[in-house]
Design a protein around this ligand. Structure first.
Ligand SMILES: Cc1cc2nc3c(=O)[nH]c(=O)nc-3n(C[C@H](O)[C@H](O)[C@H](O)COP(=O)(O)OP(=O)(O)OC[C@H]3O[C@@H](n4cnc5c(N)ncnc54)[C@H](O)[C@@H]3O)c2cc1C
Length: 406
């Protein structure tokens, strides 16, 4: 059995597991971080999250990651809503309205893969983290004083790791959540989302670095990422009955892009993938010494960029509580507060907001669409309303509300 000390076992070196491990280690806590991927395949992960909101930038800064990510990302103070049906911009929101609220009045467009790459380098250099790459977590047990995790190491042998707590940063398919029998309630959208990555500068058509585009038949999101190659990610809905091979054919991808922006010339497509979107929250975030954080506790549509961001907020909230317990400044019941705070945010903010965002982009009723668009326009043009709106989308409101939960 490895290290039967007071360490905390973190499963999964995604953004949540890594940031939790760094925050714990920087406060002198010993961490054993277990990740199935190894140095040979860690960077071969499909494109996912990438918009980092101001409240999250403060947390990335706290663990020393912000300064490493800023040069690899794009600072984007403004985002847009567009009406594709009318071919018009509806509203532009400028984070400059938050200049007195945060040191970061902008989002940083910096993809998850760059975040985990930089965070992994930091974890490797951090003496309080025992990093177990190419190691698959299999199962765990808990008892009054601690936990044990069963893993398969790179040699294919099973071994047991002991610790004080175990945290699932395993993502949506969490074994810990399933082993604990925790329900993951919610729903899955019928339509999969098609993601196309294209090397083309959409700014010359008036788009911002980040755009939400409503349309009753084919809504879209459009985001800019720093290269090389400099590229834009375009999201489209798909017919639930359509066959995956058909949807992903190069000619079909080109046709989608030409439908969105007819240039008459083929787009330089640098990547594409199709994904299923779930809206689910775990019934419990904690059972005894086992705790869920990030996608293992909640999953949502990427419209609004709240999944990874809220997972990082879980990680920082949880790190502070585990540190307080270790320093005997709090007892173990603070972990129930973690659950109350972060589950509230998952349900009342992340789920509610992402479901609303999708409805806004897909609304069919012309009168409701018009009303929604008028409200967005009015909000963006009134500095007080715009600030209030941005405090919510930049995730400060959810943090303040969570802080008030005892
Ligand atoms: C297309 C798309 C776009 C998105 N865009 C955004 C966005 O702009 N902003 C945003 O906030 N969110 C976005 N999200 C959501 C975001 O990607 C996730 O919320 C985020 O990655 C969750 O982080 P995590 O660390 O909890 O889990 P993950 O990122 O899933 O990481 C889990 C880690 O655990 C490891 N692991 C799993 N099982 C085991 C095991 N048994 N043993 C050992 N290791 C294991 C995995 O290999 C992985 O490294 C998007 C998602 C998608 C699909």
């Amino acid at each position: 059995m490895s290290n039967p000390s007071g360490q905390i076992i973190v499963i999964g070196a995604g953004p949540v597991g890594l940031i939790l491990s760094l925050a714990l280690a920087q406060a002198d806590q010993k961490v054993c971080l277990v990740e199935a991927l190894g140095d040979d395949n860690f960077l071969e992960q499909v494109p996912r999250a990438g918009t980092n909101h101001p409240a999250t930038l403060e947390m990335l800064d706290r663990v020393g990651l912000y300064q490493k990510l800023e040069p690899r990302g794009i600072i984007a103070p403004v985002f847009h809503y567009w009406d594709r049906h009318e071919g018009k911009r509806i509203a532009a929101f400028d984070h400059a309205h938050l200049k007195n609220d945060t040191r970061f009045p902008y989002v940083l467009q910096c993809e998850r893969i760059k975040i985990v790459e930089e965070a992994l380098k930091m974890a490797k250099a951090q003496p309080n983290i025992e990093l177990r790459l190419s190691t698959e977590f299999l199962a765990f047990e808990q008892h009054a004083d601690g936990v044990t995790a069963r893993v398969r190491n790179p040699d294919g042998d099973e071994e047991t790791i002991a610790g004080r707590y175990i945290v699932s940063g395993e993502g949506a398919r969490s074994i810990i959540r399933k082993d604990l029998g925790i329900a993951f309630e919610g729903f899955t959208y019928d339509d999969r989302t098609l993601n196309i990555e294209v090397a083309y500068d959409f700014r010359k058509h008036g788009y911002a670095e980040r755009n939400y585009i409503s349309d009753p038949t084919e809504w879209s999101n459009l985001f800019h990422w720093k290269g090389p190659p400099d590229r834009w990610r375009v999201h489209f809905p798909t017919d639930p009955k359509a066959n995956e091979d058909e949807l992903m054919r190069p000619e079909a991808l080109q046709a989608r892009l030409q439908g969105f922006l007819p240039t008459g010339k083929p787009f330089d497509i640098v990547g594409s993938n199709l994904y299923v979107v779930h809206q689910r929250v775990a019934d419990k975030f904690r059972v005894g010494r086992a705790i869920l954080a990030g996608d293992s506790a909640h999953v949502n549509s990427p419209i609004g960029a709240m999944g990874m961001n809220s997972g990082i907020h879980d990680a920082i909230n949880l790190a502070d509580k585990l540190i307080a317990i270790a320093r005997k400044e709090a007892d173990d019941s603070v972990l129930d507060r973690y659950e109350r705070q972060r589950r509230h945010v998952a349900v009342a903010h992340t789920q509610a907001q992402t479901i609303r965002n999708k409805r806004l982009l897909t609304e069919q009723d012309p009168a409701v669409r018009q009303r929604n668009h008028d409200e967005l326009r009015r909000t963006s043009e009134d500095p007080k309303l715009a600030r209030k709106f941005l405090l919510r989308t930049a995730l400060f409101e959810s943090l303040r509300e969570a802080e008030a939960i005892v």
